[in-house]
Structure formats: C-alpha cells, structure tokens
Design a protein around this ligand. Structure first.
Ligand code: 2AM
Length: 180
C-alpha cells in the first residue's frame, strides 16, 4: 500500500520565506524545507492499481493555473493545537482546482474524507503534551502580518509519503500541468 496525496509544490523562494518564519516560532521540530507543500487532497493508503487509476484521472484533469499568496499564520486543533500553519489568501481558482482534484480522486475510486478544504501549508506538527500554548499563540498572533508571494501555480503533483523514524519523506510520483 502506498500512502499518497495530491499537492501543490512551493517555489524555492517561498519555502525560504517559510523557513525564516518557522525559525521565529517556538516549535521543536519544524517541517523540513523540502517537505513544505500545499495539500489538495489526502488520498490515504492506496493499492498500486488504484494509484494508477488516480494517475489516469489526474492526467485527464483540466483546470486553469493561478497565482497564490500565503497570508498569515494559524493553529489547528482548538485548545489543544496539533499543528501550526501558514494560511492562504482566498482564491476561487484554488478552490476550483481542489474540487476538481477531489472529484477526480473519487471518480477513480478513492474514498476521500468529507472535510471542508482549509488551504494551508503546515509549518510544524505539535506535541500537545510538550507545547507552551501561550507562547505559541503569541508567536502565531505575531505572525499575522506574514505574507509570501504571489507565486504562480502551473501544476500539481501526486506524492507518496513514507514515514520513518526521521519523519515523513515525500516523493513526487507525477506532475500534472494546469492550463495557462
Ligand atoms: P496536514 O499538513 O494538514 O497534516 C501528507 O501527510 C499530507 O496529507 C499533509 O499535508 C497532511 O495535511 C495531509 N493529510 C490530510 N489528511 C491527513 C490524514 N488523515 N493523515 C495524514 N495526512 C493527512
């Protein structure tokens, strides 16, 4: 089984800005620079034939490219935050793309969780037992003015995730261009 997801890769310059922002956060294990991405759809654990079906469906998908801007920081998990992320400026194009990618994955036979899409780039996963919530909330509030971009999105990718002791390793399996 292959743990897979669809995502937008970030340009180097944007990742550099995110790394700078991570350094100002009181987190022990920031997401490594090479792992920073914007997830469109988490596909779960797929058998190889199903992954191939997904690839065929993604290859046939048509959607326009767009420009995206990272905007602000946030926490997910309510009073017990489990991750800190950078948000995105609202983009109808991004929502359109995400809906199409999700629809293509379902059409290929993937059971996708019915969750509202909240576009974000995860900057760090948190260990709820070991974080200083007040300090973290102050740092996130202090990052409200964070902006990066706009940057052009010309495609999206299919990724596999392999989790080991050193954390997750993501590998791009295929890349799908968006129209100009
Ligand atoms: P996250 O950054 O919000 O945790 C690879 O794990 C990608 O798939 C991550 O970007 C992760 O989002 C996303 N994802 C979505 N749902 C997931 C789930 N149930 N388990 C693991 N990752 C998930």
């Amino acid at each position: 089984m292959i743990r897979a997801f669809a995502a937008i890769a970030l340009p180097d310059a944007i990742r550099t800005e995110l790394v700078r922002m991570q350094a100002s956060l009181p987190v022990k294990r920031p997401v490594p620079e090479e792992n920073l991405h914007l997830t469109l759809v988490f596909l779960g654990e797929l058998a190889e034939p199903l992954l191939e079906e997904v690839h065929v469906a993604f290859s046939a998908l048509h959607a326009p490219g767009c420009d995206l801007t990272l905007d602000g920081l946030g926490l997910f998990g309510g009073r017990k935050p489990r991750l800190v992320h950078a948000g995105l400026a609202e983009s109808a194009d991004l929502r359109h793309l995400q809906a199409k990618v999700e629809q293509a994955a379902r059409g290929a036979g993937v059971v996708v969780e019915h969750r509202r899409f909240i576009p974000h780039v995860t900057l760090a996963y948190l260990d709820p037992a070991r974080i200083d919530c007040d300090r973290l909330e102050r740092a996130v509030a202090g990052g409200a003015a964070f902006r990066a971009g706009p940057f052009p999105v010309t495609g999206f990718g299919l990724y596999r995730s392999d989790r080991g002791h050193g954390g997750a390793r993501y590998t791009e399996l295929a890349r799908y261009p968006l129209s100009a």
